[in-house]
Write a protein that binds this ligand. Structure first.
Ligand code: SAH
Ligand code: SF4
Length: 381
């Protein structure tokens, strides 16, 4: 196997690599376009690259995606892929088609070390960070396989959310080049507003992201007070709510959107009372421009938690909205294939916790592809 996987590079990285081969930057741009815009897997098909360069690349580099373990298609058109990342680990990506956009939910780690109470990934423990190539391979594969599926050369994925398995800001050095490739006009050409990093609140890395690659930011808040958040999102013990909100305020000075999205998982009897809603209002009102996205808890075995009833979720949403905070309730997509938030379990060999942890086996069924999704017309953009 050749040493260098070209999926591991953003355009600057690829240009530096080409320079080592004695090639100019515009060659790297051509190569980058072949890989990400056309989905090329071999150098032979890159017809406008000089034969001599193709020969050099053949000896030193390769373009390798991740093996697909399974693909599940939901009745609502949501598609979930399970990718093998080696060593007994697997990660998941989910494509969510909507009328005006196609969103890919991407994983950043095999497992997660944060260990949130209500998250299936967190319950599995942490195995390892994904490389830039493994993060980008999810988008590269999804985009080009969807184009084949829908028989189009038009772009299908218009939005990326780093809301799959893992805490993206605990894998910062691999994350940033992957984001840059997503944004690059020679790569996927996604706008900064359409690429969202979701974090449990790794404060120093929010500050770095603001400088290095500001994209839309979602913050998993889940509680209005430190004692409750300490229990639900353990990283709060290191970076408490006040520090987190200050980092969010600062982020807005560079962010492509003028608000932060706060995600809030609705847990029956835990964080869903009127008093919790009022405390949230008091916390953010006049301090930070934000929207709330309420996510009804998606249960999984061994969580010991229950989803708030829909009437409670609606009442909570109304209370925030009445206080002037834009609030949405996230629609559950891909429920029938366990593709909803927090249900992405993949398969993880935990390297940090007790070996007795129950690992869920991936289900190897292939459902019939849904033909209900027509790629939206984006010619106007
Ligand atoms: N680690 C990052 C991104 C991945 S999780 C983060 O925590 O933000 C994406 C979103 O799903 C987060 O808001 C997370 O809190 C939420 N989530 C996790 N488990 C969930 C569950 N079981 N039900 C509903 N939402 C969940
Ligand atoms: Fe990790 Fe996010 Fe799950 Fe928390 S919610 S355990 S940070 S993936």
């Amino acid at each position: 196997m050749n040493a260098v996987n070209l999926l591991d590079f953003d355009l600057d990285g690829l240009a530096a690599y080409c320079e080592q081969l004695g090639e100019k930057r515009f060659r790297a741009t051509q190569l980058f376009r072949w890989i990400h815009q056309k989905g090329a897997t071999s150098f032979d098909e890159m017809s406008d690259l000089a034969k001599s360069l193709r020969a050099k690349l053949q000896g030193t580099a390769h373009i390798s995606g991740l093996p697909v373990i399974s693909e599940h298609v939901s009745a609502d058109g949501t598609i979930k892929w399970l990718f093998d990342v080696g060593g007994g680990n697997a990660v998941e990506s989910v494509f969510i088609p909507e009328d005006d956009r196609g969103t890919l939910c991407v994983s950043s780690q095999a497992g997660c070390a944060v260990g949130c109470r209500f998250c299936s990934t967190g319950h599995q423990g942490f195995s390892r960070n994904l490389s830039t190539g493994e993060i980008l391979a999810q988008l590269w594969f999804a985009e080009h396989s969807l184009r084949k599926r829908f028989n189009t050369s038009e772009r299908i994925i218009s939005n990326v959310v780093m809301m799959g398995m893992g805490e993206p800001l605990q894998n910062y050095s691999a994350l940033v080049p992957a984001l840059k490739a997503m944004l690059d006009d020679h790569g996927y050409g996604l706008s900064r507003r359409r690429v969202t990093v979701s974090t449990s609140g790794v404060v120093p890395m929010i500050e770095r992201l603001q400088r290095d690659c500001p994209v839309a930011l979602a913050v998993s808040l889940h509680a209005p007070t430190d004692p409750l958040r300490d229990e639900l999102v353990p990283i709060n013990r290191k970076y408490p709510i006040d520090e987190l909100l200050s980092a969010c305020q600062a982020y807005l000075t560079a962010a492509p959107r003028d608000f932060i999205t706060f995600e809030y998982c609705m847990l029956d009897g835990v964080n869903d009372t009127d008093a919790h809603a009022d405390a949230l209002v008091a916390l953010v009102k006049g301090r930070i421009h934000c929207k709330f996205n309420l996510i009804p808890f998606n249960p999984f075995p061994q969580s010991g938690l229950k989803r708030s009833g829909m009437a409670r979720v609606q009442a909570f949403a109304r209370r925030l909205a009445d206080a002037g905070i834009v609030t949405t309730v996230r629609k559950t997509r891909g429920d029938d294939i366990d593709a909803a938030c927090g249900q992405l379990a993949g398969e993880v060999q935990d390297r940090t916790n007790a070996p007795s942890r129950m690992l869920r086996q991936p289900v190897m069924i292939k459902l019939a592809p849904s033909d209900t999704f027509t790629p939206p017309d984006r010619s106007g953009r």
